[in-house]
Design a protein around this ligand. Structure first.
Ligand SMILES: *Cc1c(COP(=O)(O)O)cnc(C)c1O
Length: 381
């Protein structure tokens, strides 16, 4: 791919929200990245333009058959002013795996990372500065062909939008209460469970509402065939510390291969904590819990990083974990991961990539005063 990313500047930038108001995914930055795909041209016309509504034909296939994939990653601001991305090549690899499953043409991951870096550099003032805050980056691809026949769309749009987000953790975050969902399932092997695609979320909403109606924060999903084995929690991967050992469900096709999950596994191995990726039956887990062997439970995902679980319910059995508090290992993982992400801990895993250099020099941004029509940072692939 040999294309320049054009940049259309807007006259008036938006007012930025107060840092206490951030929450998750409520505010969007001034610009977005956009690129189109057609059968004739492939991916083309990469551009950064003012954030704006997308006009689509009402027959566009995304509205009818849900052909979509997405990703989620964050840009973090270090104390010295650097802006860092965390393992973005993993997001691109997974996006292509999702594309392959959803019959969407592949993207050039390296090119999209360049585009993301350019976008983040332009939006650098939107990267929040308070601890735990970050700029959430949401790349996604939709099928845009106006056609009601069921077939793969002939045209697509890739967009990247950015949202400054607050911290999930820290500010009076209580470990979450979850219950084992044994009616609805999220995914089955052979389906799209391993892909980051909107349909998985649509399919999960009813169970999430039910969980909230019952006074819980999230659901613990079981496998779709036997309803016996634990898969994920809400839209996070799940870990259990049992009798000194850490367990997480093995990736078997219906589980989303989380990048936070992978990072937690790598850290635990580095620390010499015994870890097992395996099938985990809910029955066995509750037995362990009832024998006081279940020491910690936590979910992992880019949004919350580590989300400790304090209560578990399955049928009429209830278990309190780590006394309803955040466990030691959960805390250490959270602090290490966020420390690497925001540059306070030395990144000896090689997980971070600099988007903007320390203090005032902008590694990937346009030099001040450069006309912003066509970037000199054209990417050749
Ligand atoms: C995105 C996602 C995760 C977490 O993946 P990360 O790469 O760690 O953010 C877990 N489960 C589901 C269903 C997801 O969509």
């Amino acid at each position: 791919m040999d294309q320049s990313i054009t940049f259309t500047e807007k006259d008036q930038l938006k007012a930025k929200p107060e840092s206490v108001q951030l929450g998750f995914g409520k505010y969007f930055t001034d610009y977005m990245f956009e690129m189109d795909y057609s059968l004739e041209k492939g991916w083309h016309d990469p551009r950064i333009a003012p954030y704006a509504p997308v006009a689509l034909d009402p027959a566009a296939m995304i509205f009818h058959y849900g052909q979509e994939v997405f990703e989620g990653l964050k840009a973090y601001r270090a104390k010295d002013g650097r802006i860092l991305l965390f393992r973005p090549e993993k997001n691109m690899k997974r996006m292509n795996q999702s594309c392959a499953r959803l019959n969407i043409p592949k993207i050039d991951g390296k090119f999209v990372i360049k585009a993301i870096k350019k976008l983040v550099a332009i939006e650098k003032d939107w990267v929040p500065t308070e601890p735990g805050q970050s700029l959430y980056i949401r790349p996604f691809i939709i099928g845009t062909e106006p056609f009601l026949g069921v077939h793969p769309s002939g045209s697509y749009k890739l967009l990247v939008i950015c949202s400054p987000v607050g911290s999930y953790f820290g500010r009076n975050t209580k470990p979450v209460k979850i219950y084992v969902e044994d009616e609805f399932v999220r995914a089955v092997k052979g389906g799209v469970g391993f892909a980051k695609t909107s349909g998985n979320y649509a399919a999960s909403l009813r169970a999430q509402t039910k969980a909230e109606e019952l006074g819980f924060d999230q659901v613990l999903w079981l496998d779709g065939v036997e309803h016996k084995y634990i898969e994920e929690v809400g839209s996070m991967n799940i870990f259990f510390k049992v009798d000194g050992e850490v367990w997480t469900p093995e990736l078997d096709g219906s589980i989303l291969p989380g990048i936070t999950r992978d990072s937690v596994l790598e850290l635990l191995k580095k620390w010499g904590v015994p870890v097992k990726e395996k099938k985990i039956s809910v029955k066995k887990l509750f037995k362990k819990a009832e024998k006081q062997k279940l020491e910690e439970v936590f979910g992992t995902g880019t949004a919350a990083v580590i989300s400790p679980v304090g209560f578990l319910k399955w049928e009429d059995r209830v278990v309190k974990v780590a006394n309803g508090e955040t466990g030691k290992l959960s805390k250490k993982l959270y602090e290490t991961l966020t420390g690497i992400q925001n540059g306070t801990i030395k990144d000896d895993m090689g997980w971070t990539q600099e988007v903007v250099a320390a203090s005032t020099s902008d590694a990937a941004a346009e030099p001040a005063g450069t006309p912003d029509v066509v970037s000199e940072a054209a990417v050749t692939e």
